[in-house]
Design a protein around this ligand. Structure first.
Ligand SMILES: NC(=O)c1ccc[n+]([C@@H]2O[C@H](COP(=O)([O-])OP(=O)(O)OC[C@H]3O[C@@H](n4cnc5c(N)ncnc54)[C@H](OP(=O)(O)O)[C@@H]3O)[C@@H](O)[C@H]2O)c1
Length: 220
């Protein structure tokens, strides 16, 4: 599958490593340009591209930049993607440590993925946001393995969500349907499922135990 990855840091780098190892055709971009991604390209066989080209022809695009950088992505960044492209958003809102206060999230009570979606102009599927980057490399397990971790996946587009869940299964993790994007507060930072390294049953339970109120540490 042709996959575009926007952001080549902790999460984007490790997804590039695993997805190329599985045989996918990965294009990867960062803010500084493809010449700064030569080492990652040599290591993985991924194609480093300018961010404007990352989505070209892609069936899945992963947006994995700090939340505050989402408005800096070029407008039309998803233009040229394949019809029916699924856009994965791995983002988290860290107002105190990284992103600063984002008024639309705080004042309108938007989930951070709804906010991201508005900037991108395309529906997103929220996944990997509570997964430690290193676990993407270290914790894949075959389907049916008793130690297999499950990841919550939220999104409004059923077909895109199914495509993303299937890719995550291929990467070595179970998934739990966490509902739509307006409900994705259930997996935001500070919730019981955030960073949880458990199977599907525990992940489902943690999702039901979440509170829609953003915790103080994650308010700006
Ligand atoms: N770290 C984790 O374990 C983890 C786990 C789950 C979710 N997340 C979430 O996933 C997102 C990414 O986290 P991360 O830790 O992978 O971030 P990171 O290591 O800081 O990497 C961010 C990447 O985004 C790129 N970037 C920044 N602004 C950009 C722009 N305008 N255009 C194109 N690329 C841009 C950076 O490129 P340059 O280096 O060239 O600037 C860098 O490659 C965050 O929202 C984070 O909260 C992180």
């Amino acid at each position: 599958m042709k996959i575009g990855i926007i952001g080549a840091g902790n999460i984007g780098g490790n997804l590039t490593r695993r997805l190329t190892a599985l045989g996918h055709d990965v294009s990867v971009a960062n803010s500084r340009g493809p010449h700064t991604l030569i080492a990652l390209a040599e290591e993985t066989g991924a194609t480093p591209v300018p961010v404007e080209e990352a989505a070209r022809g892609a069936e899945i695009v992963v947006v994995t930049v700090p939340l505050k950088a989402v408005p800096d992505l070029p407008s039309g960044v998803l233009d040229g993607a394949a019809d029916g492209v699924a856009v994965i958003d791995t983002g988290n809102y860290y107002p105190r440590q990284r992103d600063g206060r984002i008024a639309a999230i705080e004042d309108e009570g938007l989930t951070e993925s709804r906010w991201t979606e508005r900037h991108l102009g395309h529906p997103v599927i929220k996944a990997f946001n509570g997964t430690y980057a290193q676990d993407i490399l270290d914790r894949p397990r075959p389907s049916g393995d008793s130690g297999r971790m499950a990841l919550p996946v939220a999104g409004d587009d059923a077909a895109a969500k199914a495509k993303v869940r299937s890719l995550i299964d291929e990467l070595g993790f179970d998934t739990v349907d966490a509902g739509g994007i307006d409900e994705s507060w259930r997996q935001q930072p500070g919730t019981p499922v955030y960073g949880l390294r458990e199977g599907a049953e525990a992940v489902s339970k943690a999702l039901t135990e979440a509170s829609p109120e953003r915790q103080a540490d994650f308010r700006g």
